[in-house]
Write a protein that binds this ligand. Structure first.
Ligand SMILES: NC(=O)C1=CN([C@@H]2O[C@H](COP(=O)(O)OP(=O)(O)OC[C@H]3O[C@@H](n4cnc5c(N)ncnc54)[C@H](OP(=O)(O)O)[C@@H]3O)[C@@H](O)[C@H]2O)C=CC1
Ligand SMILES: O=C(CO)COP(=O)(O)O
Ligand SMILES: [Zn+2]
Length: 347
């Protein structure tokens, strides 16, 4: 029999002001004495210092590490500096949370994920993306032990992050189609329940564009809950297949090629429009939903030159080559790439 461990967070707290629940949560989770907070220079002031005071008031010894990069060197530094800690709090954006996930997994201690934006489903998934000389590598890690997502803080972040999280969820639509294709063509293991959850989450958000565009606490909570569902779909699948297909390959390629890449979810949203065109789906409907939430739908709005879009389309199939998608083994010709991007109004 094939046993697999599906890892899910044990505690999920979302809503306005949930940061204040952190001391009681620590008590409930029986976290003993020493806590490491990993944060960034901006997010330190937005949330980490506040949490640090709450924890110190509760009697904890707290060590705060401020990181600026999501590289292996940074991970190694956090592993070393948190080796005597009983838990890590990752308080910040995706980079901070991924470095925290890596360190917590390595040191076999629980990670409490405290996102300050809802820009992608990495806030809760058992994956970490670490930068290297070839761009980045996506690694399997322990899922966060708990998630504390304060919708007030998340709604006060620049609106762009929320639209990015929305687009990252919409990209589940093409990811799942790619996964079905790979299952039919090369017998790639497929999970009906993970695919159904990922697709349902994307459809639910498609219908909620008018709520998201308001950028308030309710919008933040709707996106956070969708990101949680998507992260759970990844946990059930045991890999990122339900949430990452050809559109993510395009975004990963842009991260390598474009001199100034846009946000992860923004790029995935534009990739979804083009890959859905290739898959024969209703790409106009995806485009309309992204326009409604003010997410980028073309090269200009991404702030990326047309030529980099074409180059990323040409490179996309080489990223994580073993993951079969609509791009096939050989990828696109220059003419096909140009045609897809033009037809979908991306360039
Ligand atoms: N694990 C996974 O499955 C996934 C991981 N990723 C990874 O996540 C990273 C991208 O994450 P993302 O969150 O977009 O970006 P970053 O974590 O890089 O954060 C971008 C900037 O936003 C700042 N910031 C964070 N929160 C706020 C806030 N509330 N108000 C104002 N500024 C804020 C950060 O501050 P500060 O300088 O303090 O950090 C940083 O300067 C990449 O490394 C990517 O590879 C992407 C998708 C999935
Ligand atoms: O971004 C992700 C899901 O939204 C994770 O994707 P990757 O596994 O391609 O890094
Ligand atoms: Zn993503």
């Amino acid at each position: 029999m094939d046993f697999r461990n599906v890892q899910l967070p044990r505690e999920i707290h979302t809503g306005k002001g949930v940061l204040n629940e952190i001391p009681n949560l620590c008590e409930k989770l029986l976290i003993p004495d020493n806590i490491t907070i990993v944060t960034g220079p901006t997010t330190k002031k937005i949330a980490a210092d506040y949490v640090l005071d709450l924890l110190v008031d509760k009697g904890y010894n707290v060590n705060e590490i401020i990181i600026k990069e999501g590289t292996q060197d940074t991970v190694d530094k956090v592993i070393e500096e948190s080796k005597d800690s009983n838990a890590i709090f990752g308080i910040g954006g995706g980079r901070v949370i991924d470095v925290s996930k890596m360190a917590a997994t390595n040191n076999k201690i629980p990670l409490i994920s405290v996102p300050t934006t809802a820009a992608h489903d990495g806030i809760v998934s058992p994956r970490a993306s670490i930068k290297n000389k070839d761009g980045s590598v996506s690694l399997e890690v322990d899922a966060p032990f708990a998630l504390i997502a304060d919708s007030e803080i998340i709604s006060q972040a620049p609106y762009r992050f929320l639209a990015s999280g929305y687009a990252d969820i919409i990209s589940n639509l093409t990811a799942v189609e790619d996964w079905k294709l790979a299952n039919k063509l090369i017998n790639d293991p497929f999970s009906d329940s993970a695919a159904a959850l990922a697709t349902l989450t994307a459809h639910t958000l498609m219908d909620q564009a008018d709520v998201i565009r308001l950028g308030n606490c309710v919008s933040a909570e709707v996106v956070v809950k969708a990101l949680i569902s998507s992260g759970i779909a990844i946990s059930i699948a045991g890999n990122s297949r339900p949430a990452s297909g050809s559109e993510h390959k395009f975004s990963h390629a842009l991260d390598i090629i474009a001199p100034h890449p846009a946000l992860h979810g923004e790029q995935c949203g534009v990739g979804t429009i083009m890959m859905m065109y290739l898959q024969g789906g209703d790409w106009r409907c995806v485009r309309d939903a992204l326009i409604k939430v003010n997410a980028p739908v073309n090269a200009k709005e991404l702030g990326i030159d047309d030529e980099y879009i074409i180059q990323a389309l040409l490179k996309a199939h080489t990223i994580r080559h073993e993951r079969y998608t609509i791009l096939g083994d050989r990828g696109l010709t220059y003419e096909a790439a140009q045609n897809i991007a033009t037809k979908t109004k991306v360039i």
